[in-house]
Design a protein around this ligand. Structure first.
Ligand SMILES: Nc1nc2c(ncn2[C@@H]2O[C@H](COP(=O)(O)OP(=O)(O)OP(=O)(O)O)[C@@H](O)[C@H]2O)c(=O)[nH]1
Ligand SMILES: [Mg+2]
Length: 403
């Protein structure tokens, strides 16, 4: 089966007409539900009105409101899940797609046959998307072999082979090709430590992940381990309030290791499932700050055998190849178990994902595809490639019929 067709089937992508129809009918029913809800709300208020003004009733209506908010949150999460993973990647990778596909289409139009010059120009296109020189070289070698093997002459056909090879390159020898989710312990507390340089998106990712895990039914707590930057504790508290999870904090300037120690005790005593630990942004070349991270990690290791379950290095996709040097230094100081690549939506050079995985051999576990609370996804190489080639793939079936 063709790779594009495989992707279409994997993500259950329907023809546009069908999708529009479905969307229209779901909008209609959501509208109806909303109207029903309004009626229900009125009834609740009417019912509540005469009972008042006792304190008990106030508490009850507060409970009602909280429950209502809870339902609203759940509904929001549910609706969001309906926007498929593929659609999320398509939306988040728009900048990269516009640039990468544009260049690729130009290339295909300029060359009729797949020859040495074509590959040279393709090399440039891939490097300009931040795929990374070593990865590009590997990729071009593999592409040449595949093109020969399949006896592909026409440049139009080569797009599909490129997309397939991008997925292969990502997974490398690990030919399972499965999404590498977070290593979350299913019975007992899991601790996830977030590290990275300033402003890459650590705290925002914690907020988004807390929301995601909570909507999956997990009891989540946050640890305000950034005691250094002014306003950092408050920023995490805002996320805690927004998501509806507890934040363990000390005052500004406190020892981060002590905050994490207390947060672990609190998480244990409250039977939390996951503790997400924020840390201050630090430049990878500041030795004392890197040592401080090691200390935090030692505290976690001592308190819970097998923890931290993940040390996630957050990298800002918009910083390009500099992210690679950050990844190298951080993984020397703490054993980084996975990468969060934030702000993929903000760059036209999303190819950095492949470079990180291929050259550093650290899996990209999560990607930030926007600033909204729901814009965090587990990294899925197939969805990523769909995001890059969405325009071509969406049109694919039509072409096949014409043929
Ligand atoms: N567009 C976009 N913006 C993001 C994403 N993730 C984070 N941001 C933005 O990046 C900025 C920095 O995010 P923070 O979470 O404060 O970064 P941090 O690493 O905690 O920063 P420090 O605590 O100062 O080290 C904020 O304005 C976020 O909204 C993303 O996936 N997409
Ligand atoms: Mg922060």
């Amino acid at each position: 089966m063709s790779f594009f067709k495989k992707l279409k089937e994997k993500f259950n992508l329907k023809e546009e007409d069908e999708q529009k129809e479905e969307q229209a009918s779901s909008e209609k029913s959501t509208g109806e539900e909303a109207a029903d809800e309004e009626v229900a709300d009125d009834q609740v208020q009417d019912d509540a009105a005469p009972v008042d003004p006792l304190a008990d009733a106030t508490a009850e209506s507060q409970d009602d409101q909280e429950a209502h908010e809870e339902i609203e949150r759940a509904e929001e999460a549910e609706q969001d899940e309906e926007v498929s993973i593929a659609a999320k990647f398509k939306q988040g990778l728009k900048k990269t797609r516009d640039s990468f596909s544009g260049k690729l289409n130009d290339l295909v139009a300029r060359y009729r046959t797949v020859d040495e010059d074509f590959f040279e120009d393709l090399e440039e296109v891939l490097i300009s998307a931040d795929v990374g020189v070593t990865t590009v070289m590997d990729m071009i070698d593999e592409l040449k072999m595949e093109v020969k093997r399949r006896n592909i002459k026409d440049t139009r056909e080569v797009k599909e082979v490129i997309s397939e090879k991008l997925v292969d390159i990502y997974y490398g020898d690990d030919d399972e090709g499965e999404v590498e989710g977070l290593n979350i312990n299913h019975d007992g507390l899991s601790v996830v430590l977030f590290v990275g340089v300033n402003g890459v998106g650590k705290t925002t990712t914690i907020g988004k992940l807390a929301h995601k895990l909570k909507s999956e039914g997990k009891n989540v707590m946050l640890a305000a381990g950034d005691t250094f930057r002014a306003g950092a504790i408050e920023q995490l508290e805002v996320w805690g309030d927004r998501v509806g999870v507890n934040v363990v904090k000390h005052s500004a300037g406190a020892d981060p290791a002590a905050v994490i120690f207390d947060a672990i005790s609190a998480a244990k005593s409250r039977d939390a499932d996951v503790l997400l630990c924020d840390t201050a942004g630090r430049l990878q070349n500041k030795v004392n700050l890197m040592n401080e991270l090691s200390k935090v990690k030692r505290v976690i290791e001592r308190e819970i055998p097998g923890a931290p379950h993940e040390v996630l290095l957050v990298l800002d996709a918009t910083t390009g190849q500099n992210a690679m040097s950050q990844a190298k230094t951080f993984s020397e100081a703490t054993d980084v178990s996975g990468i969060v690549l934030s702000k993929l939506d903000g760059t036209a050079k999303g190819g950095i994902v492949l470079a990180i995985r291929n050259e550093l051999e650290i899996p990209v576990k999560l990607v930030g595809l926007g600033e909204k609370i729901t814009d965090l996804q587990e990294f899925d190489a197939h969805a990523f490639v769909y995001g890059l080639f969405a325009d071509t793939i969406d049109e694919y079936e039509d072409e096949e019929i014409v043929d």
